[in-house]
Design a protein around this ligand. Structure first.
Ligand code: SAM
Length: 272
């Protein structure tokens, strides 16, 4: 989906769009020139040994790879066969259905995003994969009952579910009630279900990175709520946190020594 391919109906290729910028950085094709220009500008000063856009690419790939490892763990050791991936963004790479089916081919996956532009692009990208086992629906974490209703066409809520909240909860302030919304969502899934979270970190001591993230939020028009490790652990209250707990994304059961991570926590917990 580049300028050389048909632009899906309802999409304006001249207005930059954050999930498409992420798609560009991850090496996808669902992005336009304006997204690439904004990405190059927003990340020009990204700090680190490999800095700038090349550096942010490495860091974002690293964060995304932790999702692949977590989903693989849930489909493998934990035996989870269905996933609800909320705030999935664009299915660029290391997607939940691919990571799960690499371990257990029959896994069912419902992707949910509240951005109609993401849903349009994603349905286009996944058109050959949308079937009885895979769906991409428009829904909002802030309306759990609506998204559960939509997911029920594909998922069986009497069986354990892997709920993926990667890069989601930092869009909610405490006053939005993220704990209450998570409780409401998890009330609909049985014991033995899991929830996986990634979340921008607040207690990062790398001030150069903090300054860059702040500038990035401003340039991309996106404000996120960064939380401490303890604050992210609280989302798992009443659940059993899977080892190694809430850690930087490159520390969650690494397969190799990863690069310096994004200032982002991730963790997984099991519903009792
Ligand atoms: C940065 S992307 C995250 C992509 C992917 N989950 C990952 O971690 O690589 C964030 C996505 O969250 C979506 N989003 C933000 N708030 C949401 C909400 N309340 N409900 C559902 N999706 C939401 C945005 O539309 C965007 O596509």
């Amino acid at each position: 989906m580049t300028e050389n391919n048909p632009v899906p109906a309802g999409i304006d290729p001249h207005v930059p769009h954050v999930p498409r910028i992420l798609d560009y950085l991850l090496g996808g094709t669902a992005n336009f020139e304006i997204d690439r220009i904004v990405a190059e500008r927003a990340f020009a000063a990204w700090p680190g040994e490999v800095g700038g856009v090349a550096g942010v690419r490495v860091d974002i790939h690293e964060a995304r790879d932790s999702l692949r490892r977590i989903v693989g763990h849930l489909a493998g050791e934990c035996g989870i066969r269905q996933f609800l991936d909320i705030a999935s963004g664009l299915p660029t790479m290391n997607n939940t259905h691919e990571a799960a089916r690499a371990v257990a081919p029959g896994c069912r996956v419902v992707y949910v995003d509240n951005d109609p532009i993401v849903v349009t692009h994603a349905q286009h990208l996944l058109s050959s994969e949308i079937d009885k086992r895979t769906a991409f629906v428009q829904g909002d974490f802030r309306d759990p009952q609506d998204l559960l209703r939509k997911a029920a066409g594909t998922l069986d809520f009497t069986e354990p579910v892997g709920v993926i909240l990667y890069g989601m909860l930092h869009f909610l302030a405490d006053s939005d009630g993220p704990d209450r919304l998570l409780d409401e969502l998890l009330a609909a899934v049985p014991t033995g279900s899991y929830v996986a979270v990634s979340h921008f970190a607040r207690d990062d001591e790398d001030t150069a990175m903090n300054a860059t993230l702040h500038a990035m939020d401003q340039q991309m028009g996106e404000a996120v709520v960064r939380r401490t490790r303890g604050e992210v652990e609280k989302f798992f209250n009443g659940m059993d946190i899977v080892e190694p707990g809430v850690v930087r994304t490159n520390e969650w059961r690494p397969e190799a020594h990863g690069p310096r991570p994004l200032p982002m926590w991730c963790g997984v917990a099991r519903k009792r």
